[in-house]
Design a protein around this ligand. Structure first.
Ligand code: GRF
Length: 235
């Protein structure tokens, strides 16, 4: 079963840490920013959180970081006084209950009254419940020019294929991994002698620019739709 945690110092037996005490960043609902345009954004991450950093720096209304494992992104959120929720993935094997895990993620997002969900290097593929709860409101950034090089090793795959350029894609997430309507896409050249790390970093530099812009554009649309509904008295 997935486990949700939030607080300060807890026994983290769910992350195969042998029951060691570990730091869980404190939940802080008042992160000092106003609820920009009333839209509440959650970011899902599993890694270093450099994309999360860019979303925060762009002034997006990030109200929650949700992680599936302990990761540096938690420190990024903590420093920005953004609430952190851990829904720890306890299995990577065939016994992983994706639907139960997804239901727990959805429960946590709804508890924080989230409107829009942005995946930023999140390592777990979620099931149908998230699409049902947030239709057309789950966004992803992928380090390749979709539909080319889907999957977790997109940068390595582009290098191995010897393509002269790759890039990044911001898209609405659907049930199919790395598919869905494209919101923004930009090319990045592959340079002689590129390593996966060097190429990925150049791709991320672009993601840190186009992802915030795409999310702001969605928030503008959501906000305009709300205004229209409230003017018509149908909000
Ligand atoms: C990004 O390249 C994103 O497209 C991919 O994971 C990376 C996350 O980077 N899905 P970081 O952990 O935020 O630095």
């Amino acid at each position: 079963m997935p486990v949700s945690l939030s607080g300060t110092l807890r026994d983290d037996t769910t992350a195969q840490r042998g029951g060691r005490r570990c730091y869980v960043p404190a939940v802080n609902r008042d992160n000092g920013a106003s609820d920009a345009r009333g839209v509440r954004l959650a970011v899902l991450a599993s890694g270093t959180g450099s994309i999360l950093e860019a979303l925060i720096a762009a002034g997006l209304p990030v109200r929650l970081l949700l992680v599936d494992r302990p990761c540096r992104a938690e420190d990024v959120a903590s420093r920005a006084r953004i609430a952190v929720a851990r829904v720890i993935r306890t299995s990577y094997g065939p016994d992983f209950d994706r639907d139960a895990y997804t239901r727990e993620v959805v429960r946590r997002l709804q508890a924080d009254e989230i409107d829009l969900v942005a995946m930023a290097g999140y390592g777990t593929v979620l099931g149908a419940a998230v699409q049902k709860a947030f239709p057309d409101r789950v966004v992803n950034t992928h380090p390749a020019l979709l539909p080319a090089f889907r999957g977790w090793h997109a940068v390595e795959a582009a290098l191995e294929a010897g393509v002269p350029e790759t890039g990044c894609t911001v898209h609405l997430a659907t049930l199919e991994v790395d598919e869905g309507p494209i919101l923004a896409q930009e090319r990045v050249p592959v340079l002689p002698g590129d390593t996966p790390a060097a190429l990925h970093e150049r791709i991320k530099q672009v993601e840190r620019r186009i992802y915030p812009a795409a999310l702001w554009s969605m928030i503008d649309d959501m906000s305009r739709a709300r205004d229209t509904r409230s003017k018509r008295g149908t909000a």
